[in-house]
Design a protein around this ligand. Sequence first.
Ligand SMILES: [Ca+2]
Length: 316
Amino acid sequence: MHKVILDTDPGVDDAMALLFLARHPEIDLVGITTAFGNASIETTTRNAQYLKQQWNISAPIAKGSAAQYDPGRATHPFPAYIHGDDGLGNIGVPDVVDVPLDPRPAHQFIIDTVKANPGEIVLVAVGRMTNLANALKAAPEITDLVKEVIIMGGAIDVPGNVTPAAEANIHGDPEAADAVMIAPWKVVVVGLDVTLKTTMSRTTLAGLAAKGGRAVELLDKLSQFYIDFYDGQVEDSMVVHDTCACVYLVARELFTTRGGAVRVLTTGIGEGKTIQKPDGMVFGKSEWDGLPSQLVCTDVDADGAMRLVEETLVRQ
Ligand SMILES: [Ca+2]
């Protein structure tokens, strides 16, 4: 059984990831921590509460930071044109959802849960890395206690999606992402190199909704706005970014990986770019030297991954 904390900014593709984790039989979702990114922290937290309520998810929710890791960094505008003004495809989520929050801030929830389950917790982070970096800063000893960190973010050998250099989750808080990459724990980077290959068509999603009950019907409804956005890139389909990272957790044999230290550029025109120094390649002295070797995903069996996603979403 994989004990997982999902750090998330719901977010349409976050919603699918949450349902995947909740329905996969080998995953024990022990906590949900919220990040800002697809929308404000108020909105993403309310959305997590709404999805927990609608999907009867037992895991507690802890609200994340409203500010970047580096307090001097200005916030980028939220991408309402991708996820809707409400962050869930403009389906009319109530302003207030009566689901209690854990009293602790997200980073403290992460620290306490990791310390209570030494060596067992996998952190799956599918938003900006702010909460993970705050947890590292407050309790650096957790690096010895976390089993693995799997992130959706970055673009290693491919262009970014918010600039030619940078992917959105990294670009939104680059100092936080760099802190996560260089910490002495095991990080797996599931970035655009692979997530752009995992897509789900509107027709497939509708078919899943027809056999997956009310939970998948809601997922289908809230995904329509996002599919409309992605229609220019992949015909009548959505890119399954965040769920792709969750697939790695249970089916890593579907992925090709490469080891090596990873750094994130925090200034200049490449701000938010993720760069790996592949293990075994020889360079001159660099800012990658002596840092932990992390795994980046360079390829995926997309058909196999999407079969697993489809099977899992319709489990009752
Ligand atoms: Ca996300």
